[in-house]
Ligand binder design. Structure first.
Ligand SMILES: NC(=O)c1ccc[n+]([C@@H]2O[C@H](COP(=O)([O-])OP(=O)(O)OC[C@H]3O[C@@H](n4cnc5c(N)ncnc54)[C@H](O)[C@@H]3O)[C@@H](O)[C@H]2O)c1
Length: 278
């Protein structure tokens, strides 16, 4: 039998931290996006998972449902403005609003800059930076109409410090960092109750490390791609001596998206095991 609370002690309802909220997570078929979709589902959100990878996206949708959440999976190339317009319209039609946008989809193309083609440069910028621009532009009106909400842009430690061999990636992620702050100020000025923040993961053990290398190797990050062995790099370069897990980043995203962060906007949350503290 549960004991009644002692006099003067506030009772706490066991509620999810995202109860009643609708969240849209891009790049949700894998890694950090999948972990975020599942974490949000556990906290009571209805989750719109989107990606170009349909197989992985549908697996994420199953996990969302297994974790007690409601949700849908939508095809979504974040580099396409037309796709964004469709995804936001479908989210509105299916769930009646939007309270959290997690701009997570991203790629990393490594290699020396003198060997990069303009085409591969544009591809990286169009997904990592244009995708965030389209997402913010097309979701803010719906977030505001839904009573306010939060945008969390997934940048990187590579958006804070330079990494040889990751110049294009760093350019896109550094731009996302300052774009985030500028939009946060626009929203604050508009008093639309939309908060905008960025997260900056370090070495996180996800499939991204097995993808997208072009040209000769540069710094520690590119060496990790070559060896396809993120754990080795983490042991050598990360102060806590290990790589982070996707869930470690999802927990930070959840905090920023939830009402617990109601006074936090225009800031950056670094989740890197001390990597950039050195
Ligand atoms: N893993 C790390 O160490 C690390 C570190 C810092 C930042 N990040 C960032 O975290 C985010 C997620 O990365 P991850 O590690 O989970 O990688 P991941 O490769 O596991 O997942 C990325 C997802 O994005 C999707 N995607 C790629 N291009 C897309 C497009 N055009 N439209 C829609 N979806 C697309 C992929 O299909 C994939 O499902 C990325 O923005 C990445 O840059 C990752």
């Amino acid at each position: 039998m549960r004991r009644p609370p002692a006099a003067g002690v506030e009772t706490v309802n066991v509620m999810g931290r995202m109860d009643g909220k609708v969240a849209l997570v891009t790049g949700a078929a894998s890694g950090i996006g999948r972990a975020t979709a599942v974490r949000f589902a556990r906290e009571g959100a209805a989750v719109v998972s989107t990606d170009i990878d349909h197989e992985g996206g549908n697996e994420t949708l199953s996990l969302v449902k297994q974790n007690g959440g409601r949700g849908i999976f939508l095809h979504h190339d974040v580099a396409s403005e037309a796709c964004w317009i469709d995804v936001i319209a479908t989210t509105h039609a299916e769930f009646g609003g939007l309270h959290a946008l997690i701009n997570n989809a991203g790629i990393a193309i490594s290699g020396d800059i003198v060997e990069r083609s303009y085409e591969s440069w544009r591809r990286e910028q169009s997904i990592n930076l244009d995708g965030v621009f389209f997402g913010v532009k097309h979701s803010i009106p719906l977030l505001a109409r839904s009573g306010g909400g939060a945008v969390v842009n997934v940048s990187s430690v590579a958006g804070l410090v330079g990494n040889a061999g990751l110049a294009g990636y760093g350019a896109s992620k550094g731009a996302v960092r300052l774009f985030t702050k500028a939009v946060a100020l626009e929203c604050a000025k508009a008093r639309n109750h939309v908060r905008v923040n960025s997260v900056h993961p370090g070495v996180i053990d996800t499939p991204i490390w097995e993808k997208g290398s072009s040209g000769r190797a540069g710094g520690w990050a590119v060496q990790a791609v070559r060896k396809a062995h993120v754990a080795v790099v983490a042991q050598l370069g990360v102060p806590v001596g290990r790589a982070g897990q996707a869930e470690d980043v999802a927990n930070g995203i959840l905090f920023l998206a939830s009402d617990e962060a109601r006074y936090i906007t225009g800031t950056e949350l670094v989740i890197d095991g001390g990597l950039t503290a050195q």
